[in-house]
Design a protein around this ligand. Structure first.
Ligand code: NAD
Length: 474
């Protein structure tokens, strides 16, 4: 893979971008059935390369085939099927009502392709997070350049081959590479940029987009809390939080980042977490690496180890795990207690298999903590009280939320998936993804029979009664 920007790569990027610009009108004007056909072709191509995708994900992240199948590949099949069944509905112009001033007009909102789009993906779900926005982009009738993450090189390479053999580059193309390639792409006047990655780089993307006034969807990260109400089913909470925290070795944007549990339930919760971790990730006392991912890179491995050390130095206690194996970048499922709010682990997104568990006395402490920090991507509440759930939802803000479970809100394409402010801008999946890649063009068709608007044309002399009438009506 050519990773860094060379003169050849720079001119290739420009050539592909220009080719897509020239081709965009044809793609826009093609019948809706062509979009469906493209999506079906994409699904067939993925099916044909499923094993290669699984192999690549194993190489990059030691992702278990089960996790790769469910969260990376089957997820995209479901998105494709949903889009294919709904494109006709989504692209039908929506009727908007008229008001008094434009009484006899016909008003429509048309969903039109934005044009040539850029999709930049991260490494943690490197297949799904490139293909899922692509599905929305195709459904909306766009041309697209895709930039996979260089930190998952095996998956990036399969994606490049898969797209090349499925689409003409003047409609969809992959450009592989690192930050320099990304920077070059971001300098081009794309009509829309769909970025998934860190909040820090999200700001870089938005700044670059502002130069061309490209619209953006930013799917970012953040610290997603899991809040356990005093009356909740602790066993269920521990079961679900264990899964959410340690799937993909914690490298999931919506993984519970830290837990708030009532002080009376704290010790029991830790005990249940231990039980769950052993049941799910250990075989005869040994970590079952077949079912447990590795950390993506040496720098992330070091970052996580430093985070744990910093937490311990500031008074935190490792209650479960804490060990690591450098040779294959494994960090054992780890749970920390007594963590100081000043430690790095409570300031930065963890993005690894390390879970701080904090005690609270009153729910107001939890709400205050959440509100004092950036709005998270997800917020989880475990509770048997609808009233308490409603209070927490009302008093906080987050991209999405899930009650009595973690992460599975992402599985419903009827729900918009995305963050708010620091955790993201805009939505994805289903119609919401389609909308991100569409321009909502408002069109008013004037009536030739009765054009009421003319009453406000000059000369204004003698029209005072119209002003009076309008004042009464408005
Ligand atoms: P990242 O921001 O470092 O990189 C994402 C992409 O941006 C990569 O393709 C990379 O090549 C490119 N990039 C990196 N630095 C750049 C720069 N300075 N200029 C231009 N492009 C640059 O993110 P990551 O480490 O790959 O992924 C982890 C982050 O992504 C976490 O914060 C996680 O929460 C977030 N994430 C969010 C979602 C979501 O749906 N909201 C999903 C997955 C991951």
């Amino acid at each position: 893979m050519e990773n860094t920007l060379t003169e050849d790569l720079r001119s290739n990027i420009k050539r592909v971008f220009d080719a897509q610009k020239s081709n965009q009108l044809a793609v826009k004007l093609a019948p809706i059935n062509d979009r469906k056909a493209k999506l079906k072709k994409l699904k067939t191509a993925i099916k044909a390369r499923e094993n290669e995708i699984f192999e690549a994900l194993k190489k990059d992240l030691r992702k278990p085939v089960f996790e790769s199948a469910v969260f990376e590949v089957l997820f995209t099949y479901a998105e494709i099927d949903f889009a294919v069944s709904n494109i006709a509905l989504w692209t039908t112009p929506q009727t908007a009502p008229s008001n008094l001033v434009n009484l006899m007009t016909k008003c429509r909102i048309r969903y039109e392709p934005k044009g040539v789009c850029l999709i930049i993906a991260p490494w943690n779900y490197p297949f799904q997070l490139l293909i899922s926005p692509l599905i929305s982009a195709i459904a909306a009738g766009n041309c697209c350049i895709l930039k996979p993450s260089e930190l998952a090189p095996a998956t990036s390479s399969v994606l490049a081959i898969l797209i090349k053999e499925t689409f003409r580059e003047e409609e969809i193309a992959v450009i592989e590479g690192n930050v320099s390639v990304s920077t070059e792409l971001l300098s081009l006047p794309f009509n829309h940029i769909f970025f998934t990655g860190s909040t820090k780089v999200g700001k870089v993307v938005m700044e670059a987009a502002s130069k061309n006034l490209s619209t953006v969807t930013l799917e970012l990260g953040g610290k997603s809390p899991a809040i356990i109400d005093a009356d909740s089913d602790l066993r269920m909470a521990a079961d679900k939080i264990t899964w959410g925290t340690f799937a993909n070795a914690g490298q999931t944007c919506i993984a519970p980042d830290y837990v708030f549990v009532h002080e009376d339930q704290h010790d029991k919760f830790i005990e249940l977490m231990k039980e769950n971790i052993e049941k799910k990730y250990f075989l005869k006392g040994q970590l079952n690496k077949e079912d447990y991912g590795k950390i993506i890179s040496d720098s992330h491995f070091i970052r996580l180890k430093n985070m744990m050390q910093d937490a311990v130095e500031k008074g935190g206690q490792i209650k479960i795990g804490g060990t690591s194996e450098e040779a294959d970048r494994t960090i054992y499922p780890t749970v920390l207690t007594n963590v100081s709010l000043d430690s790095l682990i409570m300031k930065e997104e963890v993005f690894g298999p390390v879970l701080p568990v904090l005690k609270y006395k009153k729910m107001t402490e939890v709400v205050d903590h959440v509100n004092a920090n950036d709005k998270p991507l997800a917020l989880y509440v475990f509770s048997n009280s609808e009233r308490n759930v409603e209070t927490i939802l009302k008093q906080t803000s987050s991209g999405g939320a899930c009650i009595n479970d973690v992460m599975i809100h992402i599985s419903n394409p009827h729900l918009s998936f995305g963050g708010v402010n620091a955790s993201g801008i805009g939505g994805s999946h289903g119609f919401h993804g389609f909308k991100s890649f569409s321009h909502e063009r408002s069109v008013m068709y004037q009536s030739k029979m009765l054009d009421i608007g003319k009453i406000v044309y000059p000369p204004y002399k003698g029209k005072g009664f119209i002003l009076k009438l309008l004042r009464k009506l408005m």
